[in-house]
Design a protein around this ligand. Structure first.
Ligand code: ADE
Length: 278
């Protein structure tokens, strides 16, 4: 997977991508990465990238021209233009006229704009990006957002990483990178992916490690028994209990979409009899 991140603060992204885990993924060839500083595409000597919104309102918006040029510089085309913008884009007339009419991204390259008003980024969406795309172009907003024409002309998906507002899109872009790269084939074993949270529509079971006694707290006896079938059942019950408690919406969705096997449904029924709120 190639990640191309367009940002006013590429240092934030660089620091993460150069950290040991990501550096290893890059070294092993699973991940490629490019950070592009949007400010390099500003037109004036002050490198201005923002202005007030038409119609009034709080805050500033990112200007369309630097964003459009940054996107074009990484091979993303404007769906409303059949020819490249010349002059400031550095394109020649001959190159401009050679540009094909259908200028959208090829199917395996997706432009994602990170915004709190986007669709929710879930494990399912992470899996979709990881398996169906070869390149994610992650556009990080700052200030109150970006000019709508950039979204209309270049963006394939608007994505939110949660119902809260971050000061910019970089941290959200890192969440998308982190959640997707580990789903790329061979990065993490399929078994650990199945058992972790959201695998099979349930949260992960709680876990314990050495020592057996931590102050007055002990490890559940069943985990020390060596009885694999009982341990498996214990863990499944814990997953159901935890999901019912923290994320009853996931249980409702799993039941509606028939995600759970008979054993899981039986545990849900048994616990549900003791509570009313699912
Ligand atoms: N930018 C600011 N807040 C965000 C959020 N919750 N998700 C994605 N991008 C954002």
């Amino acid at each position: 997977m190639k990640y191309t991140v367009l940002s006013l603060f590429p240092d934030i992204v660089d620091a993460f991508m150069q950290s040991s885990i990501m550096a290893k993924a890059i070294e092993r060839g699973f991940v490629a990465y490019q950070a592009v500083n949007i400010r390099n595409f500003a037109f004036d000597k002050h490198k201005t990238c923002d202005d007030a919104p038409y119609g009034g309102g709080a805050g500033m918006l990112m200007l369309p021209e630097p964003l459009g040029c940054a996107l074009e510089s990484v091979g993303v085309r404007n769906r409303f233009e059949t020819r490249r913008l010349s002059g400031k884009m550095g394109g020649t007339e001959a190159a401009d006229s050679a540009c094909p009419v259908d200028t959208r991204c090829p199917p395996k390259k997706k432009v994602i704009y990170l915004t709190p008003s986007g669709k929710s980024f879930t494990q399912a969406l992470a899996k979709e990006f990881a398996t169906e795309q070869e390149e994610l172009v992650l556009l990080c907003g700052r200030y109150e957002g970006i000019d709508q024409r950039i979204i209309d002309a270049y963006v394939d998906e608007e994505v939110s990483v949660g119902d809260y507002v971050l000061s910019s899109g970089e941290v959200a872009a890192l969440a998308v990178i982190d959640a997707t790269y580990r789903l790329i084939e061979r990065v993490i074993s399929p078994l650990s992916l199945e058992e972790e949270s959201f695998g099979n529509g349930l949260l992960e079971y709680p876990q314990w490690t050495r020592p057996e006694k931590y102050g007055t707290l002990t490890v559940p006896d069943i985990l020390l028994s060596g009885h694999h079938e009982n341990i498996r059942r214990f863990r499944l019950r814990k997953r159901v209990e935890k999901t019912l408690s923290f994320r009853p919406d996931l249980i409702r969705k799993g039941l509606e979409e028939h995600l759970f096997d008979a054993e899981t449904c039986k545990i849900i029924d048994a616990i549900a009899e003791t509570i009313t709120d699912i």
